[in-house]
Design a protein around this ligand. Structure first.
Ligand code: 7TS
Length: 402
């Protein structure tokens, strides 16, 4: 994989921050966009901007084809059927959508199983549902090395469990969870199995049929696509049976003064004029990732992971959280005696963009006995030289604060 060549596709990487070349290490928050994605959006607005599924005119037909093509690309990318992949605003909306349409499947005394390493998006919608229905939430615990206590899978999931929803790759620890095993136990107990794949899909092959999940949520902006668009996979028989999320235009087949008949999948779950430009941009991001190859991206990130451990561990006072193996290129750490915000702000002075805080995983932070951490997260355009720059920045910071 030619990283130097890849970097040329990302105009933003030429930016300077406070007189330094930008080192962008906040990819778990959002990734940068290649010209191919930016141009696909520009092309739509400049040449065939129209609403979809409505007009008979030429441009509307072109927009409809482009938007539907994007659906085909995304659904194929995760190994699903066309009808099974819905476009949403992103992971957060996908999970909220699920908590809404699954409401009637939950009754008092039922249990919902999550893990302690969930993003708030995969906790709060279930808490709201549990409160409304009198259901109980149980959490699979995290070991001190940042892995899940897998022995708890079969202890916590029982016949009372109706939903198991878990993150594939942690946005704080980088841990890649054993979701196949988790899903098997969920299904043995007749529970639905949901995956938050926001952090995994951008970096590794995710095949919904091989994993055998019932639903899977993801965001385009974490995989080179635009913000405000993402996906939800759902098994066809479930999406056919479940009620709509929102109602209105585009999601109906027929309406009388009395009632309505829903449109075919996936449109049943896409009410109103969708984010057409975003969808088209998402399709272009998929094209780009396929051209580079997820296996090449993964191999490149493995190199960065090894280098990051090697260089960061040599710095005085650095504590890296999360496992050493079966992990993605997301690193949370602290330097003893320095607040994460101070550290991130100092790194920004050197042009290095990282995130600091609780990373929308406050309950996980509580289990780790910390309030916050610095997080550096890598993607296909990051280099080993940038890992060195991060280490240099951290060394300087630890001297300043010593
Ligand atoms: N789930 C996980 C595991 C995430 O990392 C995120 C976003 C979400 C859900 C929500 O995704 P959204 O696209 O709907 O916002 N994570 C982060 C992050 O770690 N820093 O900024 C956003």
């Amino acid at each position: 994989m030619d990283v130097k060549r890849i970097r040329e596709d990302f105009p933003i990487l030429k930016r300077e921050i406070k007189g330094n070349k930008l080192v962008y290490l906040d990819n778990a928050a959002t990734t940068q966009k290649p010209s191919q994605v930016i141009n696909a959006i520009k092309d739509y607005y400049e040449n065939y901007n129209s609403n979809i599924h409505r007009g008979i005119h030429k441009m509307s037909e072109e927009a409809t084809i482009a938007y539907e093509e994007a659906h085909k690309k995304v659904s194929k990318f995760i190994g699903s059927k066309f009808e099974e992949t819905i476009f949403t605003k992103g992971t957060t909306e996908s999970l909220n959508l699920l908590a809404s349409i699954l409401k009637n499947k939950i009754k008092r005394g039922d249990e919902i199983v999550l893990t302690q390493m969930e993003h708030h998006s995969n906790i709060v919608p279930w808490q709201q549902l549990a409160k409304e229905k009198g259901a109980k939430i149980k959490y699979i615990e995290v070991n001190s090395d940042g892995t899940l206590k897998t022995e708890q899978f079969s202890q916590i999931i029982t016949s009372k469990t109706k939903i198991v929803s878990a993150v594939h790759m942690s946005n704080v620890l980088g841990t890649i969870n054993q979701i196949k095993e988790l899903g098997k136990i969920a299904h043995e107990n007749k529970s639905l199995f949901i995956i938050d794949a926001a952090q995994s899909i951008p970096h590794m092959t995710v095949d919904v049929k091989k994993i055998n999940c019932d639903f899977l949520a993801f965001s385009a902006h974490k995989m080179l696509g635009p913000t405000g668009i993402g996906g939800l996979y759902g098994k066809k028989e479930l999406l056919e049976e479940l009620p709509p999320f929102q109602t209105g235009g585009d999601m109906i087949r027929q309406v009388t003064f009395k009632e309505a008949v829903w449109n075919d999948l996936p449109w049943k779950y896409e009410a109103g004029t969708p984010n057409i430009a975003g969808g088209i941009g998402f399709g272009a991001a998929i094209d780009y990732l396929k051209k580079i190859g997820l296996e090449n991206i993964q191999e490149h990130e493995e190199k960065l992971i090894r280098k990051t451990f090697k260089t960061l561990e040599r710095i005085n006072g650095v504590e890296i959280y999360g496992p050493r193996i079966n992990r993605g290129a997301v690193f949370s750490f602290n330097i003893k005696g320095i607040h994460s915000h101070d550290l991130a702000s100092l790194l920004d002075d050197y042009g290095i963009a990282v995130r600091a805080g609780h990373h929308c995983a406050m309950p996980l932070m509580q289990t780790m006995n910390i309030h916050s951490s610095v997080r550096a997260s890598f993607y296909l355009y990051n280099t080993e030289e940038e890992v060195e720059k991060l280490a240099e920045g951290l060394k300087k910071a630890s001297k300043i604060f010593a």
